[in-house]
Design a protein around this ligand. Structure first.
Ligand SMILES: *[C@@H]1O[C@H](CO)[C@@H](O)[C@H](O)[C@H]1NC(C)=O
Ligand SMILES: *[C@@H]1O[C@H](CO)[C@@H](O)[C@H](O)[C@H]1NC(C)=O
Ligand SMILES: *[C@@H]1O[C@H](CO)[C@@H](O)[C@H](O)[C@H]1NC(C)=O
Ligand SMILES: *[C@@H]1O[C@H](CO)[C@@H](O)[C@H](O)[C@H]1NC(C)=O
Ligand SMILES: *[C@@H]1O[C@H](CO)[C@@H](O)[C@H](O)[C@H]1NC(C)=O
Length: 276
């Protein structure tokens, strides 16, 4: 990865001269500032904001035209979930440098504030300006909700979602996730099942730790999964999709290795989507 100073040296003109005020067209090399390191640092700002219950830590990165939703409904971020301090038992982030976006899964097992949350953050092409945040906040009453159990299973997978040496393309990773999502409305879809494979849906988990554990243990039929918004990380072989699951706000995150699905994490909010 090139240092910022190297990038600046490669620009045809010194930025300090005649730098116009934004908005101005980005030089292609400026777009290259949307790096893993920057997006990782931004995701840590998000985690710090949630841990502190201080949305302004995150909104310091936000564009004036920034949009924020919870469970696919527009909210004021200042009075939303970020305003409640959460002790985090678990966090895991995937990074999409192509779209300049991240997805973060967090779990709080504190009995007073049990939450399992998934958040997609989208930036402008520099990676420095947050333009859209969507968060799904599951709690008591949501699909199979039990944060203690979710945490127990997620922790068992620690170390199994790491960097992949032989990487799949974005298209292959996304196609694996899409095949799984399509299966709910078309039983003839061929899903690239990996083995072993585990599904974590709320506090519900498939498999018993044997080498033959399968994710091909059935899905509901006749459910159209629409409005898919992806975050794709080739380094971690993972895609997250925020979707309308039938009528409900939902996230499906897939870990894909060699084109095959090895882990699935889902969040489903048990009420209708009323907007996005
Ligand atoms: C919002 O602002 C960001 C940068 O601040 C810009 O990239 C984006 O195009 C703007 N979107 C709209 C809809 O104006
Ligand atoms: C997020 O998880 C990492 C371990 O994966 C941990 O080191 C870090 O402290 C966690 N961050 C927060 C804010 O809890
Ligand atoms: C969540 O799961 C734990 C561990 O299995 C169990 O002890 C607890 O009663 C469950 N909580 C709820 C609210 O079902
Ligand atoms: C795990 O589940 C499979 C399929 O249900 C079963 O055949 C196998 O005996 C189980 N293994 C263990 C260690 O419980
Ligand atoms: C929305 O939810 C209500 C129950 O809260 C249900 O009766 C209704 O059928 C749902 N609408 C759709 C489009 O699923």
């Amino acid at each position: 990865m090139l240092a910022l100073t190297t990038l600046l040296a490669l620009l045809p003109l010194p930025l300090s001269l005649a730098a116009p005020s934004p908005p101005y067209p980005l030089h292609p090399r400026q777009a290259a500032t949307c790096t893993r390191a920057l997006l990782r640092a931004n995701s840590e700002v998000y985690l710090a904001a949630q841990t502190a219950g201080n949305p302004s830590l995150l909104t310091a990165l936000a564009s004036p035209n920034f949009t924020y939703t919870e469970d696919f409904v527009a909210r004021n971020i200042k009075t939303g979930t970020l305003a409640t301090a959460l002790a985090l038992a678990h966090n895991r982030t995937i990074i999409d440098t192509t779209q300049c976006a991240t997805y973060t899964e967090i779990i709080s097992t504190d009995p007073k504030t049990q939450r399992v949350i998934g958040t997609q953050l989208r930036y402008d092409p520099t990676g420095k300006v947050l333009v859209k945040a969507e968060t799904l906040v599951t709690r008591e009453g949501d699909w199979a909700f039990n944060a203690t159990q979710t945490f127990g299973y997620a922790a068992k997978e620690d170390g199994l979602w790491g960097e992949i040496a032989a990487r799949d393309s974005r298209a292959v990773i996304r196609a694996a996730g899409d095949a799984y999502l399509d299966l709910f409305n078309d039983a003839s879809v061929v899903v690239p099942w990996g083995t072993p494979c585990h599904r974590l849906e709320g506090g519900w988990y498939t498999g018993n730790g044997s080498a033959t554990d399968s994710c091909n243990v059935g899905v509901p039929s006749g459910v159209a999964i629409t409005n898919r918004r992806y975050v794709i990380d080739e380094v971690l072989g993972t895609v997250d999709a925020f979707v309308t699951f039938g009528s409900r706000p939902d996230s499906h995150e897939f870990r894909v290795e060699g084109g095959k699905i090895r882990f699935v994490h889902t969040l489903t909010v048990m009420r209708n989507v009323t907007g996005y």
